[in-house]
Design a protein around this ligand. Structure first.
Ligand code: NAD
Length: 243
């Protein structure tokens, strides 16, 4: 098992990509701290997992999450900042509350958890995995708040990869494309966007949470990626090719 003895915090893990990553980490022997909004969990805690209900928009939530992780398992080796909420609107219609939601659940939650977990990550020579999106990289219409937030997360990840390299902490980014519940809902509301996205994916299908996305998060958490930091991994069937 690739993550035996490690402890991981995975935000946004009541469902979707975060849920698939959390399950994969448990299968690989890790202790997992599942984090999501109150009322979202349908799973139960196990010997190797705890469920933490926290609204990551709340500035005090990071302290609680890290305290609970340390209380349950004594350390933090891996931090996966996967939670995200957003609205889709043309830029001209994007209001303060839309910016606040995208950045509050994305960048600010990521910043606070990285800062709060830093001492434990440093002690463990840990790995941070943050989440970006092709919508930000390519500038997809109606995604101003979400896309700007995701590109801010990539900028933060490169800076911290440099600053924390001396501490033995690696910081990488995944930019996925997968049929999570969130994407299903978006495609249901925007059918033409769903068809267009699948059609322009070179590997010809929307990614599977467990088989296509989670294994890459296991790789980034494990020593197999020990010589990688500051990178964005496109786990999207080739939809976006970085140059
Ligand atoms: N699925 C894709 O194709 C895709 C594409 C590009 C980027 N991403 C990114 O990958 C990550 C996972 O995406 P997904 O499709 O699984 O998303 P999702 O919407 O299915 O799940 C997101 C999770 O975050 C949680 N969350 C939202 N607001 C929260 C808050 N305030 N506090 C705590 N938890 C909160 C939700 O409850 C949910 O469980 C996100 O960062 C997303 O932006 C996904």
């Amino acid at each position: 098992m690739k993550l035996e003895g490690k402890t991981a915090i995975v935000t946004g893990s009541a469902r979707g990509i975060g849920g698939a990553i959390a399950r994969a980490y448990q299968r690989e022997g890790a202790n997992v701290v599942y984090v999501d909004r109150p009322g979202q969990f349908s799973q139960e805690a196990t010997d190797s997992s705890i469920l933490v209900e926290a609204d990551l928009m709340d500035p005090g939530s990071a302290v609680v999450v890290v305290e609970k992780a340390l209380g349950a398992f004594g350390g933090i080796d891996v931090l996966v900042n996967c939670a995200q909420a957003s609205t889709q609107k043309l830029f001209i219609e994007t209001a303060q509350e839309d910016w606040d939601l995208a950045f509050g659940t994305g960048l600010w939650a990521t910043v606070r958890l990285m800062q709060e977990a830093y001492p434990a990550l440093k002690a463990a020579h840990g790995s941070v995995i943050n989440f970006a999106s092709g919508a930000g990289i390519t500038g997809q219409v109606t995604q101003a708040a979400y896309g700007a937030n995701k590109e801010a997360i990539r900028g933060l990840s490169r800076v911290t990869a440099n600053e924390w390299a001396a501490d033995g902490i690696r910081v990488n980014v995944m930019s996925p494309f997968a049929l999570s519940e969130g994407v299903e809902a978006y495609f249901a509301a925007n059918p033409e966007a769903g068809q267009a996205a699948a059609a322009k994916t070179p590997l010809g299908r929307v990614g599977d949470l467990d088989r296509d996305i989670a294994p890459v998060a296991v790789f980034l958490a494990s020593d197999d990626s020990r010589y990688m930091t500051g990178q964005t991994l496109m786990v999207d069937g080739g939809q976006v090719m970085l140059r």
